[in-house]
Design a protein around this ligand. Structure first.
Ligand SMILES: C[S@@+](CC[C@H](N)C(=O)[O-])C[C@H]1O[C@@H](n2cnc3c(N)ncnc32)[C@H](O)[C@@H]1O
Length: 250
């Protein structure tokens, strides 16, 4: 069953997710860094490093939110980074941040849905998604669209929360994610649901080998995962092969 942010709402997951991120946009960056003890910055940096060898010129950051992954990707010195998101509130913060840093010529943002990307086929050398895939209404549709807009030989990098498997991290993580994080999140964001949706959606997400399996089904090759910080988050990479694997996508 799909995990939704607002249990009493009749809206679909996409509308609810957009509304939730609109609600917490003003506190998102602050809470992100606070609740992760700033480790999220290291994870994004590690994820961007996976693209270094490819040296991508045109990068799409899907579910860009407040633009932190797009900003981290600047270290690759690309010509252009495009960030897309379904939350106007999150994009508003991203645009203000990029304008403040005078980077608007290098990073642009668009209101767009990962499951229906407004770009022609094979437009980008690389696609990044930070803490976004878990929120897609249809994970497969979102990944298929990403595959479509990647050029042959282009690379996908996904950073997403995952479930630590080993004791004692598993227990510590459960206590923190289930008890502490929702409490602080609720107090600061003022959205009572957002930070219970977070652990629920992480729990329901097909992480590790299951996600690699989905990537391969979509048609990605060389799929790898790199657990971060005892497996609290994982970086996944996959390549759109030079010759599209027709069997996988039919
Ligand atoms: C947890 S935030 C991540 C933001 C940013 N990537 C980061 O690393 O902090 C998740 C974002 O995914 C966006 N999102 C969820 N579903 C989406 C979809 N179908 N298309 C585009 N963005 C989506 C949300 O609006 C939200 O801004």
């Amino acid at each position: 069953m799909a995990v939704l942010p607002y249990k009493d709402s009749s809206q679909n997951k996409k509308r609810q997710v957009a509304q939730m991120f609109d609600n917490i946009a003003h506190r998102y960056d602050f809470l992100n860094h606070l609740l992760s003890f700033h480790i999220d910055k290291i994870w994004r940096k590690n994820a961007v490093r996976k693209l270094q060898a490819l040296s991508p010129q045109f990068i799409l950051d899907v579910a860009t939110g407040t633009g932190d992954f797009a900003l981290a990707a600047l270290r690759l010195h690309p010509q252009q980074i495009t960030g897309v998101d379904i939350s106007e509130g999150m994009l508003g913060i991203a645009k203000a941040k990029i304008a403040r840093k005078q980077l608007s010529h290098q990073i642009g943002f668009e209101l767009a849905d990962s499951e229906n990307l407004p770009f022609p086929d094979q437009q980008f050398d690389a696609v990044t998604v930070g803490f976004g895939v878990r929120n897609f209404e249809s994970l497969e549709k979102g990944l298929q669209e990403i595959f479509r807009v990647l050029r042959n030989g282009g690379q996908l990098v996904v950073l997403e929360f995952s479930k630590p498997q080993k004791a004692p991290f598993r227990q510590i993580y459960h206590f923190y994610f289930r008890r502490i994080l929702p409490l602080i999140g609720r107090m600061i964001s003022k959205d009572p649901s957002a930070y219970t949706y977070l652990p629920d959606s992480v729990n329901a997400f097909p992480d590790g080998d299951n996600f690699l399996h989905i990537l391969r089904q979509i048609g990605f090759t060389d799929c790898r995962n790199y657990p971060q910080t005892f497996g609290i988050a994982t970086i996944y990479t996959g390549i759109r092969p030079a010759q599209q694997n027709r069997e996988a996508t039919q």
